[in-house]
Design a binder for this molecule. Structure first.
Ligand SMILES: [Zn+2]
Length: 57
């Protein structure tokens, strides 16, 4: 499987960007682009979801 290794801008850990994903396509176009790893991305989504609920109570 083809992948790039990038450093997460959230936890600063290295993680893999696998071929066929949205991140892979973006990384291919711009190798300076920084991403969140899947774990941090999950946390961000959770946080956004919580904020959404708080705002809409
Ligand atoms: Zn991370």
């Amino acid at each position: 499987m083809i992948f790039y290794t990038s450093v997460c801008m959230g936890c600063k850990q290295e993680f893999k960007i696998f071929e066929g994903t949205q991140k892979y396509k973006q990384y291919k176009l711009d190798h300076d682009k920084k991403f969140l790893c899947d774990l941090c991305e999950g946390n961000v989504v959770d946080q956004a979801r919580k904020n959404f609920y708080y705002k809409n109570r």
